[in-house]
Design a protein around this ligand. Structure first.
Ligand SMILES: NC(=O)c1ccc[n+]([C@@H]2O[C@H](COP(=O)([O-])OP(=O)(O)OC[C@H]3O[C@@H](n4cnc5c(N)ncnc54)[C@H](OP(=O)(O)O)[C@@H]3O)[C@@H](O)[C@H]2O)c1
Length: 251
Protein backbone atom coordinates (compact mmCIF):
# COMPACT_ATOMS: atom_id res chain seq x y z
CA UNK A 1 0.00 0.00 0.00
CA UNK A 2 1.30 3.51 -0.78
CA UNK A 3 1.95 5.65 2.29
CA UNK A 4 1.74 9.16 0.88
CA UNK A 5 1.49 10.90 4.26
CA UNK A 6 4.25 9.18 6.25
CA UNK A 7 5.97 11.69 8.51
CA UNK A 8 3.00 14.08 8.46
CA UNK A 9 0.94 15.12 11.48
CA UNK A 10 -2.77 15.80 11.02
CA UNK A 11 -5.35 17.24 13.40
CA UNK A 12 -8.93 16.20 12.67
CA UNK A 13 -11.49 18.09 14.73
CA UNK A 14 -14.50 16.03 15.77
CA UNK A 15 -12.69 12.74 15.21
CA UNK A 16 -14.60 10.72 17.79
CA UNK A 17 -17.50 9.71 15.51
CA UNK A 18 -18.88 9.77 11.98
CA UNK A 19 -16.90 11.33 9.15
CA UNK A 20 -14.13 12.50 11.50
CA UNK A 21 -13.41 8.98 12.75
CA UNK A 22 -13.44 7.61 9.17
CA UNK A 23 -11.11 10.41 8.05
CA UNK A 24 -8.73 9.69 10.94
CA UNK A 25 -8.52 6.05 9.83
CA UNK A 26 -7.96 7.09 6.20
CA UNK A 27 -5.05 9.36 7.22
CA UNK A 28 -3.52 6.59 9.34
CA UNK A 29 -3.78 4.25 6.34
CA UNK A 30 -1.52 6.74 4.52
CA UNK A 31 1.01 6.70 7.38
CA UNK A 32 0.15 10.02 9.05
CA UNK A 33 0.24 10.53 12.81
CA UNK A 34 -3.24 11.63 13.87
CA UNK A 35 -4.60 13.92 16.58
CA UNK A 36 -8.36 14.07 16.97
CA UNK A 37 -10.44 16.48 19.00
CA UNK A 38 -13.84 15.89 20.57
CA UNK A 39 -16.14 17.73 22.94
CA UNK A 40 -18.06 15.07 24.89
CA UNK A 41 -17.38 11.51 23.63
CA UNK A 42 -14.28 10.69 25.66
CA UNK A 43 -14.79 6.91 25.40
CA UNK A 44 -15.43 6.97 21.64
CA UNK A 45 -12.39 9.20 21.11
CA UNK A 46 -10.22 6.79 23.13
CA UNK A 47 -11.50 3.86 21.02
CA UNK A 48 -10.62 5.74 17.81
CA UNK A 49 -7.09 6.35 19.15
CA UNK A 50 -6.69 2.64 19.94
CA UNK A 51 -7.78 1.78 16.38
CA UNK A 52 -5.32 4.28 14.89
CA UNK A 53 -2.41 3.00 16.98
CA UNK A 54 -3.25 -0.53 15.79
CA UNK A 55 -2.51 0.74 12.27
CA UNK A 56 1.04 1.58 13.42
CA UNK A 57 0.84 5.37 13.72
CA UNK A 58 0.99 7.70 16.71
CA UNK A 59 -2.39 9.03 17.80
CA UNK A 60 -3.91 11.24 20.51
CA UNK A 61 -7.33 12.53 21.49
CA UNK A 62 -7.70 16.07 22.84
CA UNK A 63 -10.86 17.47 24.42
CA UNK A 64 -11.59 20.95 23.03
CA UNK A 65 -14.94 22.72 22.64
CA UNK A 66 -14.96 24.34 19.21
CA UNK A 67 -17.70 26.69 20.39
CA UNK A 68 -15.20 28.22 22.82
CA UNK A 69 -13.04 30.45 20.66
CA UNK A 70 -10.28 30.54 23.27
CA UNK A 71 -9.80 26.77 22.84
CA UNK A 72 -8.25 26.92 19.35
CA UNK A 73 -4.79 28.18 20.33
CA UNK A 74 -4.32 25.66 23.17
CA UNK A 75 -5.58 22.85 20.87
CA UNK A 76 -2.92 23.59 18.24
CA UNK A 77 -0.26 23.92 20.95
CA UNK A 78 -1.22 20.52 22.43
CA UNK A 79 -0.80 18.90 18.99
CA UNK A 80 2.62 20.50 18.51
CA UNK A 81 3.71 19.54 22.06
CA UNK A 82 2.56 15.95 21.51
CA UNK A 83 3.84 15.31 17.97
CA UNK A 84 6.47 18.04 17.48
CA UNK A 85 4.56 19.83 14.69
CA UNK A 86 1.27 20.19 12.81
CA UNK A 87 1.23 19.75 9.01
CA UNK A 88 -2.47 19.37 8.19
CA UNK A 89 -5.63 20.75 9.81
CA UNK A 90 -8.97 19.12 8.98
CA UNK A 91 -11.90 21.19 10.28
CA UNK A 92 -14.55 18.50 10.53
CA UNK A 93 -16.38 19.16 13.82
CA UNK A 94 -19.80 20.75 13.45
CA UNK A 95 -23.39 20.51 14.58
CA UNK A 96 -26.55 20.56 12.45
CA UNK A 97 -29.45 22.10 14.31
CA UNK A 98 -32.17 22.27 11.70
CA UNK A 99 -35.92 21.92 11.32
CA UNK A 100 -37.46 25.31 12.03
CA UNK A 101 -37.85 28.30 9.73
CA UNK A 102 -36.40 31.61 10.93
CA UNK A 103 -39.91 33.07 11.49
CA UNK A 104 -41.01 30.10 13.62
CA UNK A 105 -41.75 31.43 17.15
CA UNK A 106 -40.39 28.14 18.53
CA UNK A 107 -36.97 28.49 16.90
CA UNK A 108 -34.19 28.51 19.51
CA UNK A 109 -32.07 31.46 18.45
CA UNK A 110 -29.58 30.87 21.28
CA UNK A 111 -28.97 27.39 19.82
CA UNK A 112 -28.59 28.94 16.36
CA UNK A 113 -25.98 31.36 17.79
CA UNK A 114 -24.11 28.44 19.39
CA UNK A 115 -24.23 26.66 16.00
CA UNK A 116 -22.60 29.73 14.44
CA UNK A 117 -19.93 29.67 17.17
CA UNK A 118 -19.09 25.99 16.56
CA UNK A 119 -19.49 25.73 12.77
CA UNK A 120 -18.20 29.12 11.63
CA UNK A 121 -16.32 31.09 14.31
CA UNK A 122 -14.76 27.94 15.78
CA UNK A 123 -13.50 26.92 12.34
CA UNK A 124 -12.16 30.43 11.77
CA UNK A 125 -10.41 30.37 15.17
CA UNK A 126 -8.83 27.03 14.23
CA UNK A 127 -7.62 28.36 10.87
CA UNK A 128 -6.17 31.47 12.50
CA UNK A 129 -4.39 29.41 15.18
CA UNK A 130 -3.15 26.76 12.74
CA UNK A 131 -1.79 29.43 10.38
CA UNK A 132 0.69 30.37 13.12
CA UNK A 133 2.15 26.86 13.39
CA UNK A 134 1.73 25.24 9.96
CA UNK A 135 4.97 24.85 8.01
CA UNK A 136 5.66 25.77 4.39
CA UNK A 137 3.41 23.52 2.30
CA UNK A 138 0.88 22.95 5.10
CA UNK A 139 -2.73 22.05 4.39
CA UNK A 140 -6.10 23.24 5.70
CA UNK A 141 -9.21 21.34 4.67
CA UNK A 142 -12.64 22.21 6.06
CA UNK A 143 -15.72 20.04 5.77
CA UNK A 144 -18.61 21.93 4.27
CA UNK A 145 -21.99 20.84 2.99
CA UNK A 146 -23.79 21.03 -0.33
CA UNK A 147 -26.17 23.30 1.62
CA UNK A 148 -23.39 25.89 1.64
CA UNK A 149 -23.96 26.27 -2.11
CA UNK A 150 -27.63 25.36 -2.61
CA UNK A 151 -30.21 25.71 0.17
CA UNK A 152 -32.62 23.13 -1.20
CA UNK A 153 -35.29 23.13 1.53
CA UNK A 154 -36.57 25.35 4.38
CA UNK A 155 -35.54 25.05 8.02
CA UNK A 156 -31.77 24.99 7.54
CA UNK A 157 -30.92 28.68 7.10
CA UNK A 158 -28.40 29.03 9.91
CA UNK A 159 -26.67 25.68 9.30
CA UNK A 160 -26.39 26.36 5.56
CA UNK A 161 -25.07 29.86 6.15
CA UNK A 162 -22.38 28.64 8.57
CA UNK A 163 -21.12 26.35 5.82
CA UNK A 164 -21.21 29.16 3.22
CA UNK A 165 -19.19 31.31 5.65
CA UNK A 166 -16.51 28.62 5.85
CA UNK A 167 -16.23 28.63 2.04
CA UNK A 168 -15.76 32.40 1.95
CA UNK A 169 -13.19 32.37 4.74
CA UNK A 170 -11.30 29.52 3.11
CA UNK A 171 -11.01 31.43 -0.17
CA UNK A 172 -9.55 34.43 1.65
CA UNK A 173 -7.23 32.25 3.71
CA UNK A 174 -6.01 30.57 0.50
CA UNK A 175 -4.97 34.03 -0.75
CA UNK A 176 -3.37 35.01 2.56
CA UNK A 177 -1.39 31.78 3.02
CA UNK A 178 -0.54 30.96 -0.60
CA UNK A 179 2.83 32.67 -0.39
CA UNK A 180 3.81 29.97 2.13
CA UNK A 181 2.46 27.26 -0.21
CA UNK A 182 -0.21 26.44 2.37
CA UNK A 183 -3.37 25.31 0.59
CA UNK A 184 -6.88 25.95 1.95
CA UNK A 185 -9.84 24.05 0.54
CA UNK A 186 -13.35 22.86 1.39
CA UNK A 187 -14.83 19.41 0.86
CA UNK A 188 -18.61 19.73 0.66
CA UNK A 189 -20.18 16.49 1.84
CA UNK A 190 -23.56 15.16 0.89
CA UNK A 191 -25.83 13.35 3.34
CA UNK A 192 -23.93 10.57 5.13
CA UNK A 193 -25.40 7.97 7.45
CA UNK A 194 -23.89 9.33 10.69
CA UNK A 195 -25.32 10.39 14.06
CA UNK A 196 -25.77 13.89 12.59
CA UNK A 197 -27.86 12.59 9.70
CA UNK A 198 -29.87 10.37 12.06
CA UNK A 199 -30.73 13.42 14.18
CA UNK A 200 -31.88 15.41 11.12
CA UNK A 201 -33.53 12.59 9.14
CA UNK A 202 -37.10 13.58 9.98
CA UNK A 203 -36.24 17.18 8.99
CA UNK A 204 -34.93 16.31 5.52
CA UNK A 205 -37.48 16.33 2.67
CA UNK A 206 -38.27 12.82 1.32
CA UNK A 207 -37.61 14.19 -2.19
CA UNK A 208 -33.94 14.88 -1.30
CA UNK A 209 -32.77 11.46 -2.46
CA UNK A 210 -34.59 11.83 -5.80
CA UNK A 211 -32.93 15.24 -6.34
CA UNK A 212 -29.47 13.67 -6.38
CA UNK A 213 -27.78 12.69 -9.64
CA UNK A 214 -26.54 9.54 -7.86
CA UNK A 215 -29.55 8.36 -5.86
CA UNK A 216 -27.99 7.23 -2.63
CA UNK A 217 -26.37 8.85 0.36
CA UNK A 218 -22.59 9.24 0.58
CA UNK A 219 -20.36 6.71 2.29
CA UNK A 220 -18.11 8.38 4.88
CA UNK A 221 -15.11 6.78 3.18
CA UNK A 222 -15.96 8.51 -0.10
CA UNK A 223 -15.83 11.90 1.59
CA UNK A 224 -12.73 11.00 3.61
CA UNK A 225 -10.92 10.03 0.39
CA UNK A 226 -11.37 13.55 -1.02
CA UNK A 227 -10.03 15.07 2.22
CA UNK A 228 -6.97 12.81 2.20
CA UNK A 229 -6.35 13.61 -1.48
CA UNK A 230 -6.30 17.35 -0.74
CA UNK A 231 -3.74 16.71 2.02
CA UNK A 232 -1.46 14.70 -0.24
CA UNK A 233 1.41 15.56 -2.60
CA UNK A 234 -0.77 15.35 -5.74
CA UNK A 235 -2.91 18.29 -4.58
CA UNK A 236 -0.19 20.89 -3.96
CA UNK A 237 -1.58 23.27 -6.61
CA UNK A 238 -5.25 23.05 -5.55
CA UNK A 239 -6.23 25.93 -3.28
CA UNK A 240 -9.26 28.13 -2.67
CA UNK A 241 -11.39 25.32 -4.11
CA UNK A 242 -14.50 23.40 -3.24
CA UNK A 243 -14.63 19.67 -3.93
CA UNK A 244 -18.25 18.58 -3.84
CA UNK A 245 -18.82 14.96 -2.77
CA UNK A 246 -22.59 14.95 -2.70
CA UNK A 247 -23.81 12.78 -5.55
CA UNK A 248 -24.64 15.79 -7.70
CA UNK A 249 -26.67 17.71 -5.08
CA UNK A 250 -25.48 21.02 -6.55
CA UNK A 251 -25.42 19.90 -10.21
N1 LIG B 1 -23.85 13.70 8.15
C1 LIG B 1 -24.23 14.38 7.09
O1 LIG B 1 -25.21 14.00 6.42
C2 LIG B 1 -23.45 15.59 6.65
C3 LIG B 1 -23.77 16.20 5.43
C4 LIG B 1 -23.03 17.28 4.98
C5 LIG B 1 -21.99 17.75 5.74
N2 LIG B 1 -21.69 17.16 6.94
C6 LIG B 1 -20.57 17.68 7.71
O2 LIG B 1 -19.64 16.63 7.96
C7 LIG B 1 -18.94 16.89 9.18
C8 LIG B 1 -18.99 15.66 10.06
O3 LIG B 1 -20.34 15.38 10.33
P1 LIG B 1 -20.83 13.98 10.96
O4 LIG B 1 -22.06 13.61 10.26
O5 LIG B 1 -19.68 13.04 11.03
O6 LIG B 1 -21.21 14.49 12.44
P2 LIG B 1 -21.42 13.66 13.79
O7 LIG B 1 -21.58 12.22 13.51
O8 LIG B 1 -22.53 14.37 14.51
O9 LIG B 1 -20.04 13.89 14.56
C9 LIG B 1 -19.71 15.21 14.97
C10 LIG B 1 -18.31 15.26 15.49
O10 LIG B 1 -18.05 16.65 15.83
C11 LIG B 1 -17.71 16.74 17.20
N3 LIG B 1 -18.22 17.97 17.77
C12 LIG B 1 -19.51 18.41 17.83
N4 LIG B 1 -19.58 19.58 18.48
C13 LIG B 1 -18.30 19.89 18.85
C14 LIG B 1 -17.73 20.96 19.57
N5 LIG B 1 -18.46 21.95 20.10
N6 LIG B 1 -16.38 20.95 19.76
C15 LIG B 1 -15.62 19.94 19.27
N7 LIG B 1 -16.11 18.89 18.60
C16 LIG B 1 -17.45 18.87 18.40
C17 LIG B 1 -18.33 15.53 17.86
O11 LIG B 1 -17.65 15.25 19.08
P3 LIG B 1 -18.38 14.43 20.28
O12 LIG B 1 -18.45 13.00 19.81
O13 LIG B 1 -17.48 14.63 21.45
O14 LIG B 1 -19.73 15.03 20.45
C18 LIG B 1 -18.12 14.47 16.77
O15 LIG B 1 -16.80 13.98 16.81
C19 LIG B 1 -19.57 18.16 9.76
O16 LIG B 1 -18.80 19.28 9.40
C20 LIG B 1 -20.92 18.22 9.08
O17 LIG B 1 -21.46 19.52 9.04
C21 LIG B 1 -22.39 16.09 7.42
Amino acid sequence: MSMKLSGKVVLITGGSRGLGAATAAAFADQGADVAISYVASEGKAAAVVTGLEAKGVRAAAIQADQGDLTAAGPLMRRVVETFGKLDILVNNAAVAWQGRTIDDPEIDNAAMDRQWAINAMGVIANIRAASKVLPEGGRIISVGSGLGTRVAFPGTTDYAATKAAVVGYSRGAARDLGRRNITVNVVQAGVMDTDMAASSKDKLPPSLLESLAIRRYAEVNEVAAAIVFLAGPDAAYITGSIIDVSGGFIA
